[in-house]
Write a protein that binds this ligand. Structure first.
Ligand code: SAM
Ligand code: SF4
Ligand code: SF4
Length: 341
């Protein structure tokens, strides 16, 4: 399938589908506030509506879907949606990003439904740091979830760590060791100034360069693996063959190859993580538009796409959080937990 290209020739290939804006953690870098404005329940798409939109996206080139949120495992019966998507021959990859808290309960059902890959967010191996970072005491459940994913037969599991100066930046080697022992690959993410990250400051970002310095000091020489796709992570290899990734969205943005778009649980479609406006596909779908009309609307938006949000942010002389609390309360779609990471 030839994917629709945007103005810079970037194909529409990758859809991040947020199935809920709710979350059972309160990560400092994503949901640091005491309370939030939630999407009205009536606006949240049914699985049938999501599956229909996935069909329309796949007719334009999307062949990879990642389920995300909020915390996607809070959405009841998620395996039902996975099964619906897995039955679509045009979708060749279905993945899930989860905080892992509920993974133990759902790993087998998700696997049986046809989920291919799991990414679990794991910021620390220290229970007190986990509590500080997420405001919940759930590290043991996350670790059980990771083990349950392997036991259910998932391979190629990725573990994602947002690295924050002074919080978990001393743990990089331990996290590499943990992932190696677990047969997973760890990816270190630079703390981003996305919507919701109201406590973001440049001096809390641990840069790719500092991560590599720390890992070289711990493990010796590190080889960069040449890139072969549009994935956001750069991959590296230690002398013993262990691999890990770095997602350097702040200091080395990768907008040039970005084929990703995000659909919120209520059907707002954003063509960039930093986009301040999106297209209301729920409204269009519920107003009686047929698939051809939906496809035309999506193709028109994508062909006009010029987003390069992280590169624009990187060029700002004095970088501060994208949105303050008042903006987020009036536009909850700006939140990372709403548009899906
Ligand atoms: N709740 C699930 C989870 O945490 O895996 C899925 C949704 S979460 C929004 C998706 C990803 O976004 C997570 O890996 C999280 O670490 C990342 N994320 C959220 N805020 C971020 C920030 N300010 N900088 C970098 N990554 C962030
Ligand atoms: Fe943390 Fe993910 Fe929840 Fe955000 S959506 S608070 S990153 S678990
Ligand atoms: Fe893609 Fe926007 Fe992220 Fe750049 S900032 S990689 S264009 S989603």
């Amino acid at each position: 399938m030839t994917a629709v290209p945007d103005r810079f020739g970037r194909p529409l290939r990758n859809l991040r589908l947020s199935v809920t804006d709710r979350c059972n953690l309160r990560c400092q870098y994503c949901m640091p506030e005491e309370d939030y404005v939630w999407l009205p329940k009536a606006n949240v798409l049914t699985f049938e509506e999501m599956a229909r939109l996935v069909d329309v996206f796949s007719s334009l080139g999307v062949d990879k879907v990642r389920l995300t949120g909020g915390e996607p495992l809070l959405r009841s019966d998620l395996p039902v949606l996975v099964r619906m998507l897995a039955a679509k021959p045009a979708i060749r990859d279905i993945a899930l990003t989860t905080n892992g808290v509920l993974l133990k309960d759902h790993a087998v059902a998700l696997r049986e439904a046809g989920l291919q890959r799991v990414t679990v967010s794991l910021d620390t191996l220290d229970r007190a740091t986990f509590r500080l970072l997420s405001r919940r005491d759930d590290l043991p459940r996350v670790l059980d979830g990771i083990a349950a994913a392997s036991a259910a037969g998932f391979t190629g599991t990725k573990l994602d760590t947002v690295v924050i100066a002074g919080v978990n930046d001393g743990e990089l080697p331990a996290l590499v060791d943990f992932a190696r022992a677990n047969g997973s690959e760890i990816r270190f993410i630079e703390y981003m100034d996305v919507g919701g990250a109201t406590h973001w400051r440049m001096d809390r970002v641990v840069t790719r360069a500092r991560m590599l310095q720390q890992l070289t000091a711990a493990f010796g020489p590190i080889r960069e693996i040449p890139r072969s796709d549009s994935a956001p992570a750069e991959r590296f290899e230690l002398a013993d063959g262990t691999t890990f990734g770095i997602i350097a969205s702040v200091t080395r943005p990768f907008c040039g190859t970005c084929d990703r778009a995000r659909l919120t649980a209520d059907g707002m479609w954003f063509t960039c993580l930093y986009a301040t406006t999106g297209a209301d596909l729920r409204e269009l779908a519920r107003s009686g538009a047929d698939n051809a009309a939906l496809a035309r609307a999506i193709a028109t938006t994508w062909t006009g796409r010029t987003d390069r949000g992280a590169e624009v942010r990187a060029g700002l002389p004095d970088r501060t959080p994208l949105a303050d609390q008042a903006m987020l309360r009036s536009s909850p779609h700006l939140e990372m937990h709403t548009r899906g990471g």
